[in-house]
Design a protein around this ligand. Sequence first.
Ligand code: COA
Length: 258
Amino acid sequence: MSTVLLEIRDHVAWITLNRPEALNAINAAMRAALPEAIRTAEADPDVRVLVLRGAGERAFCAGADIKEFAPVPSPAEYRQSRRNGAWIRAFDEARKPILASIRGICLGGGLEIALACDIRLAAEDARLGLPESGLGILTGVGGSQRLPRLVGLGWALDMMLTGEPLPATRAREIGLVTRVVPVAELEAVTATLAAQLAARPPTALAFAKEAARAAMDLPLREGLRLEGDLLTLLMNTEDRLEAAQAFREKRPPHFTGR
Ligand code: COA
C-alpha cells in the first residue's frame, strides 16, 4: 500500500498521507512519495488545485516517524538525510494553490507540511503543535522559519518552546489556520473551496501566490516592483479579457489559464 495516495478529479488533486496505523507519520517512503505526488499534480495540466489530507479519522500527520530515528546518526549520514530534507521544496516550487485539510493530530513535520501549504482549514478536533524541542531536536523542514512569519514571534516561540498543541479555534485566532469547520463537514468544505479555486483564473492565482510569498522575503521596494511586473503580465492574458467580458454579459466566466 502506497504511503501517499494521489487521486485527480474535477481539476483537484487529492493527495492523502496514507499511514493511518501510525497517525500518518512521515517515514522514508513517504518523504520520497510526497514530493513526487506534488510534482505530478503540478505538472498535470488538468489539475488546478492540490489538497493535502491525512488518511483515517485520527490525524492529518503526527510528524516524523520517531521509530525510524537512528540512535546516533553519523554526521555524514545525517548531512545526507538533511539534503533529502529538501523534499519540502516541492511545495515552495508549486505554482498551483495547495490546501491543507487538517483533522485530528497535526504535529511536528505534519504541521510543517501544513505550513508549506497556501491555505489551512481545520476540523474542530484538530490539534496543531511543534513538539520537537521535547525530543531534543528542532523542526527540520522549515517550521522554525515559516511559523514566526505566519503567526508572529510570540506565538511561534510559545509553541516551539512548550511543545503544547493548540486546539483548532485557538489556531484560527492566531492565524495559523484560516477556517475551522465541524469534523463531519471538513471534506465537503474542502471540496467546495477547492472547486471555487479551480474555477478561478489559474495564472492570476499563481501570480497572487508568488507575490504574497515573495512579501515574506523581499524588501518593500522590490516586492512592489515584482507586483507591478506580475500585473503587467496578467494584463496580457485571455483570462483577464474573459473575466471582463463575462461580467458585461452577466454570465459566469470560463477560464483557461491562457
Ligand atoms: N512516529 C512513529 N509512530 C507514531 C508517531 C510518530 N511520530 N506518532 C504516532 N505513532 C504511532 C504510535 O506509535 C502508535 O502505533 P503503535 O501502537 O504501533 O505503537 C500509533 O501511531 C497510534 O499512536 P498512539 O501514541 O497510540 O496514539 P495516542 O492517541 O495515545 O497519542 C499522540 C497520539 C500524537 C499524542 C502520540 O502518538 C505522539 O505523541 N506521537 C508523537 C508525536 C511527535 O512527537 N511528533 C513529532 C516528531 S519529530
